[in-house]
Write a protein that binds this ligand. Structure first.
Ligand code: DAH
Length: 344
């Protein structure tokens, strides 16, 4: 006759295991049924007398387990209900679809710099990255900037405290010296990075900004090579019909030196303002690497020639994205940065 009671225990076990509740009322019903003073397990305990001797201890164990299962299930249900109540109280709905993840956006300076890098990489230039804390020699001396040159004035350059030797590089041209002292031609590199100058911060200028430097050294590199390379760059960057002009200029590290303008046009009032009424916009400095620079860096200036150029990034980013104040680029205001979320 024992089997009937064992079956009943199994059934109750299943019922307990499957029990689910969604409210305090249902929890209370579960408690009354399985743990209350007149709970459904009680009569089974009385049945132990009717069990055959051989099965008595097994029956005892089974019914105790049943009781424990009911108690532990009750605790679980109670805890579950508490969680659900807490979530509701905090306005949490775990069944709601997840909010879309907030993706970051690329910075307009990075977008512009990456585009420039991409254009030159396609021409076979590789990227050289170097330190921002430089020494006097790489930033100035090697680059043929004599001791008494105004660019060395303490007003333009940030020196490290207590040092006349260590400084924050004022241009990426220092990377030219780093590369030329460690590699022999052919050299074809671009060097993107941050530079620093002790300048008053305004809508147009900042004490930190970015440049991309270019350097190409080989046998028989000519001014015409440079012009064609920079024309190609301008057309990739600003459109296939872009016109450029080279104006004679002076830099200590190049001879001859030039500045390159792109024709921006004079259609709107803004065009007038940003081109100062000429229609032309200066975007970079360039020239044929001065033989002194090659000699300073251990490259045979009888055998090799090269061209170099350096351009500011912020100015180009501001033109490209119509940004009126350079300070926006450094303040990291998310309302500004978010506007570039869809630009790739
Ligand atoms: N270093 C110059 C500057 O910061 C830019 C420059 C001009 C770089 C001519 C060059 C160059 O490599 O050939 O204003």
């Amino acid at each position: 006759m024992s089997q009937q009671y064992f079956d009943q225990i199994d059934q109750l076990q299943n019922e307990i295991r499957a029990a689910e509740i969604t409210s305090a009322d249902e929890l209370e019903q579960f408690r009354i049924r399985f743990l209350g003073t007149k709970n459904i397990l009680k009569p089974l305990f009385g049945k132990i007398r009717e069990i055959e001797a051989a099965d008595k201890s097994r029956f005892g164990q089974a019914i105790n387990q049943l009781k424990q299962a009911a108690e532990s299930k009750f605790r679980d249900l109670q805890a579950g209900l508490q969680d659900a109540t807490d979530q509701e109280a905090h306005g949490l709905d775990l069944t709601a679809p997840a909010a879309p993840a907030d993706l970051g956006a690329r910075h307009p300076v990075s977008l512009t710099m990456n585009r420039i890098i991409e254009i030159f990489q396609k021409l076979g230039f590789s990227v050289a990255e170097e330190r921002e804390i430089e020494d006097d020699w790489h930033n100035f001396t090697a680059m043929n900037t004599p001791e008494d040159h105004p660019a060395r004035d303490m007003q333009d350059t940030f020196y490290l405290m207590g040092s006349v030797e260590r400084l924050l590089r004022t241009h990426t041209s220092s990377v030219q010296a780093r590369v030329m002292t460690t590699q022999q031609p052919p050299i074809r590199i671009i060097a993107p990075g941050r530079v620093y100058r002790n300048e008053t911060i305004s809508a147009r200028s900042h004490c930190q900004f970015h440049q991309v430097e270019g350097l190409y050294i080989d046998e028989h590199v000519s001014f015409a090579d440079m012009k064609q390379t920079l024309l190609h760059f301008a057309r990739e960057m600003y459109g296939p019909d872009t016109r450029i002009r080279l104006r004679p200029s002076y830099f200590p590290f190049t001879e001859p030196s030039a500045e390159m303008d792109v024709y921006w046009g004079l259609e709107s009032e803004t065009d007038y303002r940003i081109t100062k009424g000429t229609g032309w916009l200066e975007i970079l400095g360039c020239g044929i690497v001065d033989p002194n620079v090659l000699d300073n860096c251990g490259i045979d200036s009888e055998k090799y020639t090269g061209f170099a150029f350096g351009m500011g990034i912020e100015r180009q980013a501001m033109l490209k994205y119509n940004i009126s104040d350079i300070r926006w680029l450094f303040e990291n205001d998310v309302r500004f940065l978010r506007q570039f979320a869809s630009v790739v």
